[in-house]
Design a protein around this ligand. Structure first.
Ligand code: RFL
Ligand code: PHB
Length: 388
């Protein structure tokens, strides 16, 4: 069997790419290692840039998002218990973000892909790539114990950080920074702490109060990389969150039944280049950001925007220049988001391995940003997402 585009991975990057190609009449097959239930249940990001929202609109998968997503025109930043409002909408001349969970994005995209006759092979094991330097790459996988082989024109590896795409690519340079802490995150049935997200810097570490709806909250606290989930009872989590928010905001925390709890390590990572022959990387397959800037999912979306435009130019107008420059185009935006995520992480977290001088510098930097219109504008512009 031959298909124009084989996409590995049915995360947001792979699903969105498949849709963007489909609406232009270009077919693709998605190969996904996990089951549909597993993919739909994976709890991750929660904040969509308007560019990402625009892509969902373009592929016609925006009805539920428009109904259930919550538009936010600002965030709060709390420094040792004192909260400042950042009016992002005003500072950026009208830009906002949308709070809508990645799980919901994934569910909506999978349902729509299947409703339009798209093919997603779930539980495709041992995916391997051959002949990516030739005109007709070959992809093999095992389904229900049988080996299946397909050829294609192009392979898009949207298979996340641990995927097979990047590992198959020769000569990739990997640039990385691992942070000495992670985020312990919970989902709970409770009312949000405030009307918008609170990013809190405290001497005991970072905390974030986010939400999924008016009745479900997503909260995080910074924890040392060595901490285990068993170290954190629900009570300990709520106490620590309240402490880091400070006395006044602690009063606003509504406790509720915790129904998910996990620890995610924090890293910054970029693979260069993002293409070789007929193989293209997109999303977490090529880069990871710490979640402080809410950029991971949004970068996956901007990558597939560029990749879909390049593939559409090839199939519609026989132009390969956009495919040739895909990596350069995508990386230019990726590095800016890497910088923003690294900066927000550095400024808002407590680093045990830093000396007191550096700690004071980070606090002074945040105080400066919060007191300067120029500072708040630069933060806001990056938070809502740089233009494509
Ligand atoms: P995904 O979502 O990881 O999807 C990749 C898909 O590829 C599949 N796969 C394979 N399929 C076939 N064969 C193979 N060999 C395969 N190897 C992997 C996987 O099963 C999966 O379905 O990547 P994508 O599409 O690039 O999307 C990126 C986003 O998911 C990611 O950037 C964000 O979720 C990052 N992230 C967060 N971002 C935020 O903005 N805010 C957050 O709060 C936030 N929390 C998180 C996160 C990422 C996490 N990871 C990766 C562990 C929390 C966690 C725990
Ligand atoms: C989330 O709601 O999961 C979330 C929100 C903002 C972030 C990171 C995660 O910066």
């Amino acid at each position: 069997m031959h298909v124009p585009v084989i996409i590995i991975g049915s995360g947001p990057a792979g699903l969105l790419l498949s849709h963007l190609l489909h609406v232009q009449g270009i077919s693709s097959v998605i190969l996904e290692r996990k089951s549909r239930d597993y993919v739909e249940g994976r709890i991750r990001a929660g904040v969509l840039e308007m560019g990402t929202v625009g892509l969902m609109e373009r592929v016609g998968v925006d009805a539920r998002m428009k109904k259930e997503g919550i538009i936010h025109g600002g965030i709060y930043i709390s420094l040792n218990g004192k909260r400042t409002h950042v009016n992002i909408e005003e500072l950026t001349g009208g830009s906002t973000v949308m709070v809508y969970g990645q799980t919901e994005v994934t569910k909506d995209l999978i349902a729509a892909r299947l409703a339009h006759g798209g093919e997603i092979v779930f539980e495709a094991e041992d995916v391997s790539l051959q002949d990516i330097d030739g005109d007709k790459p070959c992809v093999r996988y095992v389904k229900d114990g049988n080996m299946v082989e397909m050829t294609c024109d192009y392979v898009a590896a949207c298979d996340g950080f641990h995927g097979v795409g990047r590992k198959t690519m020769p000569g990739v340079k990997e640039l990385e920074k691992v942070y000495p802490f992670g985020w312990l995150g919970i989902l709970a049935h409770a009312k949000p702490v405030a009307d918008e997200l609170i990013y809190a810097k405290h001497d005991r570490g970072f905390a974030l109060c986010s939400m999924r709806s008016e009745t479900v909250v997503r909260h995080y606290v910074q924890v040392p990389s060595s901490d285990k989930i068993e170290d954190w009872s629900d009570d300990r989590f709520w106490d620590e969150l309240r402490t880091r928010l400070g006395e006044e905001d602690a009063e606003l925390v509504n406790e509720g039944e915790v129904f998910e709890k996990s620890i995610a390590p924090l890293r910054s990572f970029v693979a260069e280049p993002m293409q070789h022959g007929r193989l293209f990387l997109a999303g977490d397959a090529a880069h990871i950001v710490p979640p402080t800037g809410a950029k991971g999912l949004n970068l996956a979306a901007s990558d597939v925007h560029y990749l879909s435009e390049a593939l559409i130019a090839k199939y519609k107008n026989n132009r390969s220049d956009l495919l040739d420059t895909y990596s350069d185009t995508a990386l230019a935006r990726v590095w800016k988001a890497e910088r923003f995520s690294w900066w927000m992480t550095s400024m808002l977290h407590t680093f045990d391995d830093h000396n007191q001088f550096e700690g004071r510098i980070r606090e002074a930097e945040l105080q400066y940003i919060l007191s300067s219109k120029a500072g708040l504008t630069t933060l806001s512009e990056n938070y809502v997402g740089l233009p494509y």
